[in-house]
Design a protein around this ligand. Structure first.
Ligand code: ATP
Ligand code: MG
Length: 434
């Protein structure tokens, strides 16, 4: 049995091996794959979360049992290897290890149910059935390492910007927005729902603590099955008091730029694995009318109160690597809580990035009477929103905010063609496991 405490002290991560380790004896651990038997010499690749190394064993120079194990151990089995590291021009990764100790910690059963090579030939649904194994793939690991950087960068930026991180309830008594379908659940003697956004809570909070942010899970019981929607997703939420929509669009542009600059700084090797050349996006503002006029010029059918997927795509082609704010949105196309602007327009906006919506936001209605009027105009009953309306009766400043999908942003930054690639364990119309 391997002494795991000792291993933790001695082990060196493959990504940390440098020229100063050449000629030294090291202990490494990870998953073994790609064994090749060339008669007197055997190769395999060892992978850990940080990198890879070639393992080289020559008959006669290495213990016989290690020599045998090198090709007989099944692919993706877990091993601990001690041996001498050497720089090598021939090894695919520039360095190799000559094993002196070789211990198998866990054998992988064969055959593997999915193809775990970087460019897996297994279709996405099957890979998701075996997500735990799919995460042996460096491409899958790269996506989630980058997403981890994105989450960290979001928090960092917001905290530096005087934001207060908040947690909100996920069990709610009624719809916060009307419209979107909710999942119902039993709550003792009552019915309750899973939250589809933290809209109302973040507003209440901004009206006291001024700048508030959250990474919040939302559930939407939408029946459709698309490449851009999940039924459970995460949102980067932000809300700020004493702000109109342009103030919070500016914050959004800057936080997305910061997130991407951090990915560029921290995740160079992951970007290489994914074959991506990321650029820090620029920011561009268009009115809804201007955006639709552009689409019309390119003969794309337009909608009066929304941007269709086709329009979003065209705008992405016209403005690549750009956070595109589409503001002065028709009031008809925005929820009741968005502030009207006159002339049928609103203080609502969407942000698009590389051809898809990543964020919706706007200035909110903070005046109770106007809120009642807006609810009625949307065919909603103000009685059902009483506690929400009442929360603005005792000194609530004007405020604005937005919500940005974590998986949607990941998808657009990394150019993934299905949002399920950007979530570890997707929940969609057909999927509840793993
Ligand atoms: P879409 O038009 O793309 O369906 P939406 O306008 O319904 O999105 P919002 O309510 O504005 O979505 O939510 C804010 C953000 O949350 C979106 O801009 C998107 O990034 C993300 N988002 C919304 N719905 C989903 C979903 N079903 N799955 C994953 N992310 C979502
Ligand atoms: Mg939206």
């Amino acid at each position: 049995m391997v002494d795991l405490q000792k291993l933790n002290k001695e082990r060196i991560f493959l990504g940390n091996l440098t020229a100063k380790d050449d000629g030294k004896k090291v202990v490494v651990a990870g998953w073994l794959y790609d064994s090749r038997d060339l008669g007197k010499i055997r190769f395999a690749l060892l992978r850990d979360i940080s990198g890879e190394i070639q393992v080289t064993a020559t008959k006669g120079e290495v213990k016989e049992d290690i020599f045998k194990a090198m090709t007989s151990v099944s692919r993706e089995s877990v091993v601990v290897i001690s041996g001498i590291v050497k720089k090598s021009d021939k090894a695919p990764l520039g360095r190799e290890i000559f094993p002196e100790g070789f211990e198998i910690l866990a054998k992988a059963e064969q055959p593997l149910p999915i193809d775990v090579s970087d460019f897996s030939k297994t279709e996405l649904p099957k890979r998701l059935d075996y997500r735990f194994l799919d995460l042996h793939r460096r491409r899958a690991q790269a996506i989630f390492k980058i997403q981890s950087t994105m989450m960290q960068a979001y928090r960092e930026y917001m905290v530096k910007n005087s934001g207060i991180e908040a947690n909100f309830p996920s069990i709610i008594s009624s719809s916060s927005e009307g419209g979107t379908e909710l999942y119902q659940l039993k709550y003792f003697e009552k019915n309750a729902f899973l939250s589809q956004s933290c809209q109302l809570y973040k507003q209440m909070l901004a009206c006291s603590v001024e700048k508030v942010f959250a990474v919040f899970t939302v559930w939407r019981a939408e029946k459709h099955n698309t490449v851009r929607h999940l039924n459970e997703s995460r949102q980067f939420d932000y809300e700020q008091a004493f702000a109109d929509e342009f103030v919070v669009m500016d914050v959004l542009g800057k936080v997305v730029q910061y997130i991407i600059s951090e990915v560029l700084r921290i995740n160079k090797s992951e970007l290489t694995i994914l074959g991506l050349k990321l650029r820090i996006p620029t920011v561009k503002y268009l009115t809804f009318m201007e955006a639709n006029a552009l689409a019309k010029k390119h003969k794309i059918k337009i909608d009066e109160s929304d941007l269709s997927g086709e329009v979003e795509k065209k705008l992405g082609e016209l403005y690549p690597d750009t956070i595109l704010f589409v503001h002065d949105w028709p009031l008809k196309g925005k929820p009741f809580y968005i502030m009207p602007k006159g002339d049928g327009l609103s203080c609502g906006f969407d942000a698009l990035y590389n051809g898809m919506e990543i964020t919706s936001g706007g200035q909110r209605v903070h005046l109770p009477d106007l809120l009642i009027e807006r609810l009625k105009a949307k065919g909603l009953n103000p009685k059902n929103f009483e506690s929400y309306i009442n929360s603005f009766r005792f000194g609530s400043p004007p405020h604005s905010g937005w919500g940005m999908g974590v998986e949607r942003l990941t998808m657009q930054v990394l150019g993934l063609n299905n949002i399920r690639e950007a979530v570890l364990f997707p929940r969609d119309r057909d999927r509840l496991t793993p």
